[in-house]
Structure formats: C-alpha cells, structure tokens
Design a protein around this ligand. Structure first.
Ligand code: GLY
Length: 562
C-alpha cells in the first residue's frame, strides 16, 4: 500500500471509529432501555425487555442480577425503594426498606451510656429485617408480567455458572477483608476454602447464593420470609448476639407510599417520600434554587456552585432535625413548600456564607405531616412504564455477615438510625429523635429514585448511590439537564460537590476547575477535595421519542436497550 493510500485508510479508520463511538456512546433505543451499575446486570435487563417483559420485569431481573455481580452494594439481604410510573400515568412508590427487629429499643447501641457504632455497623445487631425481596415480589405481582421464577433465573444462573471477577469487585473484597472475614459463613461463601480472596480475572461462582435464588424461584418469597432462610437466620442471630427472630421475618410488610411531588422550572418532579429523606430534600434543594436564575448566569460557575452548596446546607440542617420514618415521626409537609424555600433562599448571599446553626421551621410543622453502599438503576419501555429503583445493603457488604449456607450478605441498615442524638453514623450524618431506633421502625434513608415529567409525560428517570450524596447528586444532575439542557451523558460527567450541613464543609471533586474551587474558598467555604462523589444512573427520552441514557463514568455501569 503506498503512503497516500495508507494515509487515506488511516483517516477512514479514524472517522469510522469516531462515528462508531458517537453512535455507541449516544445510543438511542426505541423499545426499551436499562441503565445499571453493572454491565452483566444491564444485559440481563435488556434480555428481559427483548423477550417481551415490561420495564418492571426488567427492573426486578436487574435487581437480582446486581445481588450476584455486586454483592457489596445491594441484595435480598437489604432493602430498596422502587418508584414506578405505570403506562396509565399512575405512580407507585414501593417501600422495601428494612425494619428494625421487634426487640430493638432506643438504646440498643449504647454501652455505658455511649453509642458504640461498631455494633450498628458490623455483625449480628447491625441488620434490619430485609425488605428488598418483598418489594420486588410486590412489584412483579402487581405491575409486571413475569413470575418470580423467570425474573430470578438469570441471576441464579449467573451465580451458579459464575462470571469473570472484575477488578472493581476484587478491590471491594480486598478493602473489606478484615470486616467480612470475621464471619464463618462469609469466609465459606467468599474464600471458598482457599487462603486467598478471589482476584480479578478468575471465574467467581457463588453456589450457596445460586441455591438461595433458585429456591426463591421454586418456592416463592415464603422460602425467605417464612421458610428456611428466616429459620436459619434467626438461629444464627440467637447464637451470635443478634435479636432478629422468625416472627420479624413473618411480619415484614412493604410500605406503599404517596410519592413526593414538586415542580422545578415548569417540570414536575416525582420522588421517594419518607422514610427516605431523598425526595423531600431533592425537591427542597430545587425549590430553594428556583429563586436563583442559574441559567442566566451560565458562565458564573463559582457563584452557581456557591448557591447550590448553600441550598444543600440549608436542606441538610432540616434533614438532621425533622426526618424519620413517617409511621413513627411527624415529618412536616412544609419542607417542600415553595414559600418556605423562598425564606431559606433569602439566607443565601452572593458574597458570604449563610450561618446555619440549626433547622428551620417549615409551615405546618405542628399539624401537617407526611404520612407516613447502594446501587441505582432505571428502566423504561415503549408502553410508557418507567422504573427508578435504588437498592442497598448500606455500607460495603452491609454487616459483613453471610448467614451460613445462604450466600446472602445481610445489611447494616440499623446504622442509618440516629443511634444516639448527635452521634454521627457511617456517613457523618447526625439525626434527632425523629430517627431514633424503635421496634418495627424503618431507618431514615437518602435514596432518591426520581422521575421528572414535562406536560404529564415522563422525560427523565434518575437516582444515585453514595449515602447522603445521593440527594445532592440527583439535584445536580437535574439542574444540569433542566437548567442547562445537557444530555444525560454530559450531565452525569459534570464535576460534583456535596454539602450536608454537618460537618460544615463542601466536598468537591478534583475535576472541578481550580479557579472555581479558589473562588469558593475565598467566600469562606471549607473544601474537602475528593476523587469522586457517588455513582448516578440516568435515562431520558428525546423529543422524537427515542430513549437515551448514561451510566456514571465514575463507576462501571452501562446503558443498554433495543
Ligand atoms: N443506606 C444509605 C441510605 O439509605 O441512605
């Protein structure tokens, strides 16, 4: 090949690869879409859609697959919030949050009058009664088309055949080896008789988990809540200083909640209500920010980031005081009131920090109440069903405990309670009496599965993983798309910040322009630089009706569809 022809072919190859990557990165799908934090789980969801399943079927199959491929984040030993927009326009908010066992008391974690958060974070006392499986089953039975046997099968097969261990999961195992290696059931399931943890590149099989998932497929959720799983767990708990009983499993019920509904610059925002704080504070932050014309000062990035951080700070001061399980605590509806937001917005100054010593008093705070490490995924189908689901076992590998023989990691969601007023949890969050421990109560969450609508039609579904940053990631992604017209892919790649009132500092991603960071510091913000804040997933619909989506480049997730 002469040099001119070689140059021509090189150019052609470059153009083709550019075109191909444009097509691949901005893929559009006509019939259905899945965005999840793991490529294998996304593929499972797409296959379900292709086989004629709807968005609810796909979401549940993805959830089971994530249990297998990312056991550090979520699973049937934990909880979830599922927000469903049905093709007929109805919204359903299914609360599969864990419940404190019947023997839990307010001072469960106090030793000598002081909170011992090791107990709420690791081992037998750390777990609430898992709710995720009950929520998935409820969603399938009422809004899906698949039987649970079909929805769980891809995950059960994946656990049995195994998958190539990712560097990501191998890294989580390494980082958490000390915590999870304390428990015999976990050692048996993960180390599998070897002296070393599985490394990246090996075929990772989970035979016990496969058996548990197949048993759920064959015998239904009673296998878990009323059968061998409940029995074995109760036995293990009794032997190991836990308090969870068979009755706790038998009494578990999903909650059906009224979604939070707000508006933002002409869009309707529908999100998850208490016991999540997510929906309340995503809407509250957006309400505060509606008092500032962010788009008009597009180029004044430092001003915008300052205003956003201040809005977050004000919202999290309220979170620490007011939020808890609405079945136990009175959570004022006024938190999402526009006039209250305007009052809070007046505290935000362009040139100095708002002094926020504590929570505000929203309207109706005495009379008008809400009735009462993690993964996010979204699905949608051509019929008009949309799902935004966030699922978690709390921090990495939850309590660290696998009940022997089950392959199921148990959550450490009890740490999301305020174990003692003023004592920070694993995320540095403090809480009040509204989020104290009580039997049968659900710990406060930040999970924020959210769907935005324009003229009554869903246009975006999103959410995130990452403790309290879930709320602020979701708000920032919505601002990027709704104020600045960014695509999901561009929005999700924007540098993030996070303020949660206490500690009084702004966490800022290193990718944020150094000039903006310096300007924030000159305003008095204390910055804490971090590599990345959380992992979001977004799907959206374009004007021509095609689905697009974005998985967070900070994680290993993917978007798929057909
Ligand atoms: N476990 C984290 C959350 O629910 O916010």
């Amino acid at each position: 090949m002469n040099s001119i022809r070689r140059l021509y072919f090189c150019r052609l190859a470059a153009i083709l690869s550019l075109t191909l990557s444009t097509v691949l990165t901005a893929a559009q799908f006509r019939n259905g879409i899945v965005a999840s934090g793991n490529p294998l789980a996304t593929t499972v969801g797409v296959e379900v859609l292709k086989a004629g399943g709807n968005a609810i079927d796909a979401a549940v199959a993805v959830a089971f697959a994530l249990n297998v491929t990312e056991p550090h984040n979520s699973g049937i030993g934990g909880g979830c919030f599922l927000l469903i927009r049905r093709a007929n326009g109805e919204f359903v908010a299914i609360d599969g949050r864990e419940m404190a066992p019947g023997k839990a008391t307010r001072d469960l974690y106090l030793r000598g009058g002081k909170a011992d958060t090791r107990l709420s974070q690791t081992g037998a006392l750390a777990s609430g009664v898992p709710g995720a499986l009950a929520a998935y089953s409820y969603a399938l039975t009422n809004f899906g088309t698949l039987q649970i046997k079909a929805a769980v099968k891809p995950a059960a097969d994946l656990a049995e055949k195994g998958f190539v261990m990712t560097a990501h999961l191998a890294g989580r195992f390494r980082a958490m080896a000390k915590k999870i290696g304390q428990f015999q059931g976990t050692r048996d399931a993960i180390w599998q008789g070897k002296t070393k943890l599985p490394v990246a590149g090996v075929q990772f099989r989970q035979n016990d988990l496969a058996r548990s998932l197949h048993a759920i497929g064959e015998e239904g959720v009673d296998w878990f809540y009323r059968g061998p799983f409940a029995r074995n767990t109760a036995k293990w708990m009794e032997k190991n200083g836990g308090i969870m009983t068979r009755e706790d499993f038998a009494h578990y019920r999903v909650g059906l909640r009224q979604p939070i509904r707000g508006t933002y610059r002409g869009h309707e925002i529908v999100s998850f209500p208490p016991p999540s704080s997510g929906g309340v504070h995503v809407v509250q932050i957006l309400n505060i920010l509606e008092n500032f014309d962010l788009a008009a000062r597009r180029d004044d990035v430092a001003w915008r980031q300052h205003v956003i951080a201040e809005a977050m700070k004000l919202a999290f001061a309220d979170r620490a005081h007011w939020l808890g399980d609405p079945d136990f605590a009175k959570v004022p509806r006024g938190l999402i009131d526009k006039t209250y937001a305007k009052r809070l917005a007046e505290q935000i100054r362009p040139n100095k920090l708002a002094k926020v010593d504590g929570h505000g008093i929203p309207p109706g705070s005495e009379s008008d109440f809400f009735e009462r490490h993690t993964t996010h995924f979204c699905t949608a189908d051509a019929e008009g069903n949309w799902v935004a689901c966030t699922a978690t076992i709390n921090t990495s590998f939850g309590s660290g405990v696998i009940i022997p023989g089950t392959g199921v990691f148990m959550n450490n969601e009890m740490d999301d309670f305020s174990v003692q007023p003023g004592v920070p949890n694993a995320f540095g969050l403090i809480g009040s009496e509204a989020n104290s421990v009580a039997a049968g109560k659900r710990p406060l969450s930040s999970m924020s599965p959210t769907i935005a609508l324009k003229d009554g039609k869903p246009i975006i579904a999103l959410g995130a993983a990452g403790g309290p940053t879930i709320i602020t990631q979701t708000a920032q992604n919505l601002i990027a798309m709704l104020d600045f017209g960014m695509s999901p892919k561009v929005a999700i790649g924007q540098p993030r910040l996070h303020h949660q009132w206490r500690p009084d500092l702004v966490r800022v991603e290193k990718t944020m322009d150094v000039k903006v960071r310096s300007a924030l510091e000159r305003l008095g913000h204390r910055l804490s630089l971090t590599g990345s804040i959380g992992v979001s997933q977004i799907i959206a619909v374009e004007k021509d009706g095609a689905f697009v989506g974005a998985a967070d480049p900070r994680g290993i997730g993917t978007v798929g569809g057909y």
